[in-house]
Design a protein around this ligand. Structure first.
Ligand code: SF4
Length: 360
């Protein structure tokens, strides 16, 4: 349900100071509120104990801080956590927290969503097959991280503000189709007084939205760009990633060359391995020809099966063979460790089995 209240989440400190002045308050109140939001994930003004009682009441009447609620969660055998979050309009998104390291000092990478559903419709992806509902606002993207971190700290009984060290825009949706909101959220993530996450710890993943890649290059940021490639000829890629019909591989590669020339950053290519689909010797040769001239890393991801989509994961010897062809061909290639596939939190599985996976 739409609200008439002023949204304070996502305002930077200066904007919040201006807001406080505009409602007749001292600017320093903004710093107090900012701290409550970004270090304690507090969204109720009544819990901001260093604000005068009258101000808490006033703010509650006119403003809101929309940190989404974690409705349900599942924890994988490998420690990966998948959260179902509810937005203000009751729409639901999923996010995944992946542990890096172990023990009490471990940090998490969060995989965030930028859209409810996804309009790209990749044929192997659970999100893509569930349709598109709407874009997220930038404060919802930030709120997703705060809501997840609040729940994580609660579960782990941790006060560690930096427990989330990396953010990957790789959840539901195509981030570059929601460019303005995505980039605003990145500026807030990076803001030293907000979440303070370094640009090099932020990855934006795209299925090949060429215009957005060029815009991102021009931001002058040191982000990591990840491209979901999955096929190295247009016929197959048109089928797997329908965005390829708009931006064929030649246009995609040209945009990536531009990105590399402007940022001097290595680009990661994600390649989901599907049996009998994209792991032949010819596929390997096509990839070598396409990517060898670029400053590129290739990340191979064995397919995480989704019921009803008709794709399967290749056998381990086939995966090794494909890996070997690429490495021999001179590509910088890694095989991604699978995380969270037992709770349908792995790449391409978000929103799969939506209603029946959250039993606990
Ligand atoms: S793989 Fe990514 S871009 Fe393709 S449908 Fe799924 S979420 Fe959208």
């Amino acid at each position: 349900m739409a609200s008439n209240k002023d949204e304070l989440l996502g305002k930077d400190l200066e904007e919040l100071e201006n807001y406080m002045i505009s409602i007749g308050q001292a600017a320093f109140r903004a710093r107090q509120i900012f701290k409550w939001i970004y270090t304690k994930e507090v969204n109720s003004f009544y819990d901001m104990s260093d604000l005068p009682r009258e101000l808490r009441k006033k703010l509650d009447a006119i403003a809101q801080i929309s940190i989404p609620r974690v409705l349900k969660q599942r924890v994988s055998n490998d420690g990966t956590r998948k959260y179902l979050l509810e937005l203000r309009d009751k729409k639901r998104i999923e996010g995944v927290l992946i542990p890096q390291g172990s023990g009490k000092d471990s940090r998490y990478t969060i995989c965030v969503s930028t859209q409810v559903g996804c309009p790209v419709g990749c044929s192997f992806c659970a999100t893509g097959q569930s349709g598109f509902q709407r874009n997220l606002d930038y404060y919802e993207i930030i709120g997703q991280i705060l809501g997840s971190r609040r729940e994580l700290k609660r579960k782990l009984k941790s006060n560690e503000e930096n427990i989330i060290s990396n953010v990957v825009y790789m959840g539901m949706g195509e981030p570059l189709l929601n460019y303005d909101e995505m980039i605003k959220s990145i500026y807030m993530l990076n803001h030293p007084k907000a979440l303070g996450i370094g640009q090099r710890h932020i990855t934006v993943s795209t299925a090949g939205e060429v215009k957005g890649i060029k815009r991102l290059a021009n931001e002058g940021m040191q982000l990591t760009l990840a491209v979901s490639l999955h096929a190295c000829d247009d016929i197959l890629r048109n089928h797997l990633v329908p965005l390829n019909r708009k931006y064929p591989l030649s246009a995609l590669i040209e945009a990536i060359e531009y990105y590399i020339s402007v940022t001097n950053r290595r680009v990661t290519f994600e390649y989901v391995l599907m049996d009998e689909v994209n792991i032949s010797k010819q596929d390997a040769q096509n990839m070598i020809r396409l990517l060898k001239p670029l400053l590129a890393n290739v990340n191979l991801i064995p397919y995480n099966e989704v019921a009803g989509l008709g794709y399967t994961k290749p056998s381990w010897p086939k995966i090794q063979q494909f890996f070997g062809w690429l490495a021999e061909g001179g590509l910088n290639v890694t095989l991604r460790e699978e995380k969270g596939s037992d709770i349908m939190a792995a790449c391409g599985q978000l929103r799969a089995g939506y209603s029946n996976i959250y039993r606990n």
